[in-house]
Design a protein around this ligand. Structure first.
Ligand code: T3D
Length: 272
């Protein structure tokens, strides 16, 4: 998971998708640029995530980065080039790239794990925040970064961060753009768990395997229910829950799991 830049086994595209056992690992792969997001990388990430979302064989998604960073957000070398040449594509990147990345992650019909192998900054942090679980290497760090370069926030940081840590802490992290280490990230609710760097890959694989063997339709419905309740009142959320209970209640996995429970056998979920 933390393959070095020189690893000949790592292909030379800036986003690499590998699939195994129902798990799609989407790896940002610009280690020499700390996995900064230039336009080709953003396009590839956006399109790879869309493909993963639609692929019924994928039952868990892992996001990670090659080298010492998870992702440092927008490639500022590209950004300043576009800025200095007054390139009109500069501000189109939010609607054309960052927003679809955020919405595809939010709507992903299967669990998403961020394997945070190193620093996550700006939009790189947003991408990690959009995951369901953030399993974080002990040397990893987070910074919102945006205010450090006099920008607002994008890729959903203003949506996810207050939900993860509360408005008070989110505002402090946004206004100061200070760096949060892994232990603080765990304490304030950004990290799901922190593991030694050399155990990150194994721990993520263990969690991903478990989720990929789980009731995918129920997981997708839980993601939808939690997201829905964030913007709706109790009565409306209860109606929404009822619809999702009907959906999952009619699933193959539900019938099989109840039967397995009563037979005192472990369930074997098929994800449908
Ligand atoms: O239109 C639009 O594009 C808007 C979209 C915005 C989305 C965003 O993501 S905005 C936020 C962009 N990201 C940042 O502002 C983060 C900037 N980086 C940092 O604050 C720090 O580098 C880190 C906290 C991430 C890491 O610090 P540290 O001390 O571990 O490393 P470093 O020494 O600062 O950086 C190492 C190298 O990476 C360095 O290059 P060098 O000196 O070795 O040649 C540094 O310039 C480079 N680097 C780090 N972040 C970026 C970057 N190069 C390009 N773009 C970056 N984002």
């Amino acid at each position: 998971m933390t393959a070095p830049a020189s690893d000949p086994a790592v292909p030379a595209t800036s986003v690499v998708r590998t699939d195994a056992d129902g798990i799609a690992t989407v790896r940002l792969n610009r280690p020499d640029a700390m996995n900064a997001l230039d336009t080709p990388t953003k396009v590839l990430l956006r399109d790879t995530l869309a493909a993963v979302a639609q692929d019924p064989a994928v039952r868990c998604v892992v996001l990670t980065g090659t080298g010492r960073a998870f992702c440092v957000g927008q490639d500022l070398n590209e950004h300043i080039r576009l800025q200095r040449s007054a390139d009109p594509s500069l501000w189109r990147t939010v609607p054309e790239h960052y927003n679809p990345i955020a919405t595809t992650l939010a709507g992903m019909p299967k669990p998403v794990i961020a394997a945070v192998n190193g620093v996550a900054a700006g939009a790189g942090g947003s991408i990690a925040f959009a995951a369901d679980l953030r399993i974080v290497g002990q040397s990893a760090r987070f910074t919102t970064a945006f205010a450090g370069i006099a920008l607002s926030a994008d890729t959903g940081t203003s949506w996810w961060l207050p939900r993860l840590v509360g408005t008070t802490r989110a505002m402090e992290l946004l206004l100061t753009a200070r760096t949060v280490d892994a232990q603080e990230a765990l304490a304030i609710g950004i990290a799901t768990e922190v593991v030694p760097d050399d155990q990150l890959e194994a721990r993520v694989a263990q969690v991903a395997r478990r989720l990929a063997a789980g009731p995918t339709l129920a997981y997708a419905s839980l993601r939808r229910a939690v997201a829905f309740s964030a913007t709706h009142d109790l009565a409306t959320s209860l109606d929404h829950e009822a619809r999702l209970m009907e959906l999952t209640g009619a699933s193959h996995d539900h019938a099989a799991a109840v039967a397995a429970f009563l037979a005192k056998e472990p369930p074997a979920f098929q994800g449908r």
